[in-house]
Structures are given as C-alpha cells and as structure tokens.
Design a protein around this ligand. Structure first.
Ligand SMILES: NC(=O)C1=CN([C@@H]2O[C@H](COP(=O)(O)OP(=O)(O)OC[C@H]3O[C@@H](n4cnc5c(N)ncnc54)[C@H](O)[C@@H]3O)[C@@H](O)[C@H]2O)C=CC1
Ligand SMILES: CC(=O)C(=O)O
Ligand SMILES: [Mg+2]
Length: 603
C-alpha cells in the first residue's frame, strides 16, 4: 500500500520509516452490530476480519468475503479515476464538486480509509478538501448538506452551551477549529455555511499533523449573517438574523470558550476566518487565558515571513539583508497586518532598532496607500502608516500602480481578497524593481480571488521573478525547457505544526516565541539549491515531515518559555531533557496513522 517509489525525497523516506513500524493498538468501542457499521470512526466496511465480525455481532450484516485495506484503497482510487475520466470537459466547478462529493461520502462512511487516501494523495486531494474547492463547498453548503459534521452553537443557545458541549460523543478532544463564518477565504460573510472551513482545516490536521480524527472538533458559532442573499435564501440553514455585535457577540464567544475548556481543559482552539475586528479582539481577549491562536493573523504571518526570508536567499543575498527589502503589502486586514507585524518584529530583532523597523514596508488597503493623514485610521494599522513627509512623491491614498512605480519594491504581497488587483500595468511596473529577483505573493484565496495568476505574473513581471500564491497554480512553462516555479504560500505549512507542537508539549498558551520558532523552522527547511530555483516552500507531499519539524520547534520554544506542562505520561522534565532529534521523534510518535485497529468491545 505505502509505495516507496512514489516518494523521491529522503525526507519522505524518513517519514515512511517512522510509520512503517506502526503496530495498530486495540481500539475500544462501546457499541455492537450495525451501530459500528454506521460509525465512520470504527467502520471498516468489508474489511472486518471474520473473528471481529463474530466478536462484534457483525456476522451476517456484511457480504461474506473479507476485502483487505489495500483492496479497498485501490477500489476507491479506481472509482476516483473513473470519475475524473467521466467528467472530462465538464465545467471546472462541476468537476470540483463531484470530486469533493466522492471524498466526502468516504469521509462520512469510513474515516480510516478516507484519511489514508487523503494522506497518500495529499497533493491531488488538498485542493479538493481545502482551498480552492472548499470555498465552492461553503458557497453551496446549504444545498450540499446531507449530514452534519462538527458542532453548531448559535445565538439562540445562549446559556445552554455548558451542557451542549457534552452532546459531543467523543470523550477527548485535542483540536478545535472555530469560525463565525464572517470572512470565509476571500468570499465574505457566508454565515453558517462557513463550517466547511473548520472541517477542511481539521482534515489537514489529521493528514499533516496526525491528530486522531476522533479527537478533532469543527465548530460553527452562528451569530447570524449580514449576507442579504443568504438571509433571503429559503434553503439557508443558519439563523436568519443580522449578526450580533458588540457585547452581545462577545458574550456568545466567551460562553463557548468557557464551555470548551471546562470539558476539555487541554484542548487547543484555532480561530479561523473571523472578520478583522473580531479576529484581533478575540485573540487579544483569549490568548493569555486559553491555549488558542488565530490562524489568519498568526499562521499566515509565519508562512509569509518564511517566504520573505526565502526570497532574500533566492536573490543571492544573506538573511542579514532582509531589513533592506522594500515590501509592499496590499490588504490591511487580519492577514496583511499579521504579516507586517511579524516581519517588522523580525527586522527589529536583526537591526536592534524598533523605531526604523517598519521603514521599508508600505501598506495599502481598498483606499490606497495608508499614511498618517488617513481619516479614521484603524489603530491596528497605525504603526505601519507612512509619514507623508518621508516619501517624496507619494500621497495619502496613492494607487498601487503609483506606489510600485515610486517604491520599486523587492516584494509585492497581496492579502486583499480581491482577484486581479495585481493588474498587467502593476506587474509590468515591477520590472523596474530594484531587485534582481522580485517576488510576487498573490496570497488571497480561493483561486479566483488571487491578486494575479501565475501565468500573468511570469508573463508581465518577467521570468526572473519568484512567485507564490495562496491557492495552487500549475508551474508555468516558460519555453526552452524553462519552468516558472509556483509556490503555495498558505498557512497550511504552519497551523498543523503550531497546533501539534502546542498539544504534545502541553503548552499553557501559544506565545509569539512559539510562533516565531515555527516560522524559523519553515524558513530553514529549504536547501540553497531549492531556493536558487525559486522554490520557497517544501512540496506538500512532505507535509507530515514538515509538520513534525515545526511541531518540535514549537514544543522546544514552549519548554524554553517554561510553558510546557507535558502530555500524557510525558512530563515537563522529560520534555526539557530531550535533544532536538528526540523532540522530532517524540512528535512523530504522537501522530495518528490511518490503519485498521483491532476493535475491542467494552460495555
Ligand atoms: N494564503 C494564506 O495562507 C492566507 C490567505 N488569506 C487570504 O487573504 C485575504 C484577506 O484576508 P483578511 O486579511 O482576513 O481579510 P480582511 O477582510 O480582514 O482584509 C482585507 C483587506 O484588503 C483590503 N482591500 C480590499 N480591496 C482592496 C483593493 N482593491 N486594493 C487593496 N486593498 C484592498 C481591505 O481594505 C482590507 O484591508 C482573503 O482572501 C484570504 O483568503 C488569509 C489568510 C491566510
Ligand atoms: C488559508 C486561509 O486561512 C484563508 O484563506 O483564510
Ligand atoms: Mg483562514
């Protein structure tokens, strides 16, 4: 099943070696017969051995022949490939949803097989269960809904959450991804339909971080929606009311957080796709109280910083030159501001100067360049606002084209959520960049919201650029055997390791130091040879290995900050005595691997 020839890199072979020795331990079930067949956590379909069928009251409930896991896997992949063949020529969205449906049906039926298929084919399947298709799924969620997944807490549940949380069937929960649906990718307010995002993120947690799928919980906090179209849609499944605001809103989130940490004090909560005001406010409110982080602000920042440091290396410079890079950030939302704060912190550390750390960064939002003259300047953006006197020829609200022409940036980084804002003119203006190898990060999701396509970037800005996008694009054929390499600058490279490292260290909180360790680990993962080719991030095929390394870095940072309380029977002292290699092995050992375990019934 686990075919070595599929994997070229030695990093992957190492990952494989670590998992080849997995011997499935017994799994306790508290049910029998059809209840097991209908429970995707335990179901093995036709794969139940005869002895197990006898023990669990399954005899006669399945066709007599036992089919091996490998045969089941091959059968699924055959159906998937015939679906690909049969839908050729159909519109992209039709094909994408058909692929999502076939995977979702397997997810609903047999989680072990689903996650194995997902892990082994992550490069092909991540774009279906994650961005970009997950965006389409959220947009069509009410129509696609067949059975629930995760939990829904609504404004109508106020006062009930502490008891509701006990409705979740699992005894233990390690990882929760929570959204209020207010800013789903670049698609805006999708209300309750945003649940697709926590589901997709947690699928990545299982595939990349090996979090046991019985211990993950996707959550939708439905506080209403301001999306008029959804409010008028008779099939809409969420509350038909405008979003709660102010204290009323915060009371709901507070109640949810208290309920979660009362039942599962060691769980980790990832906030995802909250509109900016609540993203910052909730991060501030909870980060010193609970073990939580905001992926859009903090996960994205680390991935972008790793890419920015890679860009300096790709230009043939040393990391010490990072403070000299002129970087234009387009989008002053939760993601853009998160990236800028982390980049500024990095410059301040390198130069030892706080006051001048932001001088080479330029920030734009929908109203153009942000300067101190901006009316109603958002306090979160204030420290990045330019002093108009400082920048000759650039006024408040200058357009992106004007800024690019004047600043001649080394890097253009988009987190605006607006497809195509890196227009042909803007990209052509980047040819005048002071850099020998300018970089374009079109990080908005899903694909149609990317600031530019990969093909346009190489066509208009030149073949020597470095390119990264939030959703995947194919590499670009530049002719004469040359390839324009496309990187995927997506927080998927970090959030699984941040969550896993925090979990297995038993961290009390998630600090800036732990996040910085995660970013540095990703930045140093790539070899000079890869970087020279314009490859800034590892292949997603090695996501488990990257995640283990990132997780171990996060763990070591938690230990260094004396925040690690230990996990299971590994205490804080043992964690503190582990060597670097031992922390990586320890993180690997804690990863769940999809394999059928013998089921043992307990009444
Ligand atoms: N690649 C990745 O890992 C990640 C990508 N993202 C993407 O980033 C985008 C933004 O996310 P958030 O910051 O949370 O959203 P947000 O809504 O908080 O911020 C969007 C910002 O873009 C600005 N903007 C809108 N139109 C613009 C225009 N025409 N020109 C310049 N700026 C414009 C807005 O003024 C605002 O400052 C989304 O598409 C999201 O999918 C977010 C997190 C991670
Ligand atoms: C990737 C991600 O978290 C976003 O686009 O919001
Ligand atoms: Mg997000």
């Amino acid at each position: 099943m686990w075919n070595l020839t599929r994997f070229a890199s030695s990093r992957l072979s190492r990952t494989r070696r670590l998992f080849s020795s997995v011997i499935p331990g017994p799994c306790i079930v508290h049910k029998r017969g059809t209840d097991i067949l209908h429970d995707p956590w335990f179901n093995k379909d036709t794969g139940f051995p005869l002895t197990e069928r006898d023990r669990l009251g399954l005899r006669g409930l399945l066709p007599p022949r036992v089919i091996s896991f490998e045969q089941q896997y091959d059968r699924f992949m055959e159906s998937y490939h015939s679906l690909e063949k049969n839908t050729k020529g159909q519109p992209d969205s039709f094909v994408a949803l058909a692929k999502w449906r076939i995977l979702n049906r397997l997810h609903d039926r047999n989680e072990t097989l689903y996650y194995r298929v997902l892990m082994d084919n992550i490069k092909d399947f991540a774009p279906i269960i994650y961005t970009p298709t997950v965006g389409l799924v959220c947009q069509n969620y009410s129509g696609l809904f067949r059975r629930p997944r995760g939990m829904y807490f609504s404004a109508k549940d106020k006062g009930e959450m502490m008891s509701m949380i006990y409705n979740w069937p699992a005894q233990h929960v390690d990882m929760i991804v929570l959204t209020d649906g207010s800013r789903i990718l670049g698609l805006g307010d999708l209300g309750v339909q945003g649940i697709g995002i926590p589901i997709g993120k947690l699928d990545m947690y299982v595939a990349a971080a090996g979090i046991n799928p019985q211990r993950v919980l996707p959550v939708m906090l439905d506080v209403g929606t301001n999306n008029q179209k959804l409010l008028e849609d008779r099939l809409y499944l969420g509350l038909r009311q405008p979003r709660l605001e102010g204290e009323e809103y915060l009371e709901i989130v507070d109640e949810f957080m208290e309920a979660v940490f009362t039942r599962w004090p060691k769980a980790i909560v990832q906030f995802e796709d909250f509109q900016m005001k609540w993203a910052f406010e909730t991060l501030d409110r909870y980060r010193k109280k609970f073990c939580m982080f905001n992926d859009d602000i903090q996960g994205t920042a680390g991935v972008a910083l790793a890419g920015l440091l890679g860009t300096v290396r790709a230009q043939g410079r040393t990391l010490a030159d990072f403070p000299d890079q002129k970087i234009v950030v387009v989008g002053a939302g939760s993601a853009g501001l998160g990236v800028l704060s982390m980049a500024v912190q990095a410059v301040a550390r390198m130069t030892g100067k706080n006051e001048t750390a932001a001088q080479n960064f330029f920030l734009l939002d929908k109203d153009g360049l942000i300067t101190k003259e901006r009316k109603n300047l958002d306090p979160a953006a204030a420290s990045f606002a330019k002093d108009p006197g400082q920048i000759v020829g650039l006024r408040e609200g200058a357009s992106l084209l004007e800024v690019v022409k004047k600043v001649k940036p080394d890097v253009l980084l988009g987190l605006s959520g607006v497809g195509g804002v890196f227009s042909e003119e803007v990209l052509k203006a980047l040819r005048e960049s002071g850099s020998t190898r300018p970089a374009i990060f079109a990080m908005s999701n899903p694909t149609m919201n990317a600031e530019c396509t990969a093909a346009d970037a190489f066509k208009h800005a030149g073949e020597n650029i470095v390119f990264a996008s939030g959703s995947p694009f194919e590499n670009v054929n530049l002719g004469n055997g040359k390839v324009g390499y496309v990187n995927q600058a997506n927080n998927m490279y970090l959030f699984p390791g941040i969550g896993l490292g925090s979990l297995v260290s038993g961290a009390r909180f998630i600090t800036d130091g732990m996040l910085q360790a995660a970013a540095e680990c990703l930045a140093s993962y790539m070899t000079d040879e890869e970087i020279q080719k314009g490859i800034l991030y590892p292949s997603i095929d090695s996501i488990r290995h990257i995640t283990a390394e990132v997780g171990a870095s996060v763990l070591r940072a938690a230990v260094a900050e004396e925040l690690a309380e230990g996990h299971g029977d590994v205490g804080p002292k043992e964690l503190a005595h582990m060597s670097k290699e031992e922390t990586v092995e320890y993180v690997f050992r804690n990863m769940w691997y999809p394999i059928y375990s013998p089921l043992v019934q307990e009444k």
